[in-house]
Design a protein around this ligand. Structure first.
Ligand SMILES: Cc1cc2nc3c(=O)[nH]c(=O)nc-3n(C[C@H](O)[C@H](O)[C@H](O)COP(=O)(O)OP(=O)(O)OC[C@H]3O[C@@H](n4cnc5c(N)ncnc54)[C@H](O)[C@@H]3O)c2cc1C
Length: 307
């Protein structure tokens, strides 16, 4: 990488100022829920939104590739790694209820923490998020959801960094677009810095807690959480449950190297140990080809391959 020394000097300075932490030549497999991925030249954890923007801009101004991730629970990092700067939002941890009763959360707040916080503050309507292992920023980017709900339903506003305009902007939900696993952030490569969540007050907090616990129990029972994965690999195809199609095609347990179509949940590909990104990609292609042969439809990948 060109300008590596300049980046070391800049990140060291910000680190000494208490604005971020960083690591050189870090294995991405250590950060990804799939436990797959080669080295990144730098991984950076900013402590606040402005430090994220500054780190992004500086690396970008040097012509270095910069990518932003949350909890890396919906990505497959390539085996060769990334010769660039990987920014993780995990230390953007502000979390409070403002005077208007809206929950304000940094992009790095985990959805489980968000839901627990909402419950403790007497809100309902967040239960479906409990158990999704992503951060708020990644969840808004992906418009993550479960149990027929998605995060855009409870969003009030988002503060983001528009790289092209080099500007931090706050937009109300009405100014943004969301679809099934789609968002304005994904479309425009905007970086989510913080989110505002609007929920109703719960008349019966015990019922909220019971629903959260129930969702977690269902996940534990149905999902192969004992193995590293990135959750459901494929998007739903209109009118079909993708995991059911994969199961009916007899693909449960099919393996390529260390990657396997989960025996417990056919929508998941799990890392049974030592899986490479290439193993996973070959298995994804195998599943897609078989589903096309059997059902005549192309199932799209939800997991994002980062190469
Ligand atoms: C066991 C398991 C269960 C899962 N269950 C569900 C489920 O029920 N429903 C569901 O929707 N998903 C599920 N997922 C997938 C995943 O957890 C969600 O998509 C989650 O919202 C991703 O958040 P993240 O912070 O991990 O994003 P990452 O994986 O880090 O990133 C995903 C994408 O978002 C971008 N991104 C991340 N943060 C930002 C940001 N701040 N600004 C701009 N772009 C950003 C990244 O560049 C990347 O393109 C599951 C995953 C696992 C491993």
């Amino acid at each position: 990488m060109q300008n590596k020394q300049l980046l070391v000097e800049y990140f060291s300075k910000l680190s000494e100022e208490g604005r971020l932490e960083y690591k050189e030549n870090a294995l991405l497999s250590e950060y990804a829920s799939f436990k797959i991925g080669g080295p990144a030249a730098f991984v950076v954890f900013p402590y606040d939104a402005q430090s994220l923007v500054d780190a992004y801009n500086y690396a970008d101004s040097l012509g270095v590739r910069v990518l932003v991730f949350g909890n890396a629970s919906n990505v497959l990092f390539c085996d060769d790694g990334i010769d660039g700067v990987i920014i993780f939002t995990g230390k953007l941890k502000e979390l409070f209820v403002n005077d208007n009763g809206i929950i304000c959360a940094g992009a790095g707040i985990h959805l489980i923490a968000l839901s627990q916080f909402a419950y403790k503050n007497g809100f309902k309507g967040h239960e479906f998020l409990f158990g999704i292992p992503g951060n708020c920023g990644g969840a808004v980017f992906m418009n993550a959801g479960a149990y027929e709900h998605c995060i855009s339903e409870v969003l009030y506003a988002v503060t983001y960094f528009d790289v092209k305009q080099n500007k931090i902007i706050r937009a109300l939900k009405s100014e943004l677009e969301f679809g099934y696993r789609e968002s304005s952030f994904r479309k425009n490569s905007w970086i989510v810095l913080s989110v505002e969540i609007k929920l109703e007050k719960a008349e019966n907090p015990e019922a909220v807690k019971a629903l959260m616990d129930d969702h977690l129990r269902t996940r534990n029972a149905k999902q192969p959480l004992e193995y590293p994965s990135a959750g459901s690999v494929f998007k739903r195809y209109p009118g079909y449950y993708t995991s059911k199609l994969i199961d009916e095609a007899g693909l449960k347990g099919t393996s390529v190297g260390g990657a396997q179509v989960s025996e417990k949940h056919a929508g998941f590909i799990v890392n049974r140990g030592g899986a490479t990104a290439l193993d996973v990609m070959m298995l994804i292609k195998l599943v897609q080809d078989r589903i096309y042969a059997v059902n005549g439809i192309h199932i799209e990948c939800e997991v994002i391959y980062v190469v």
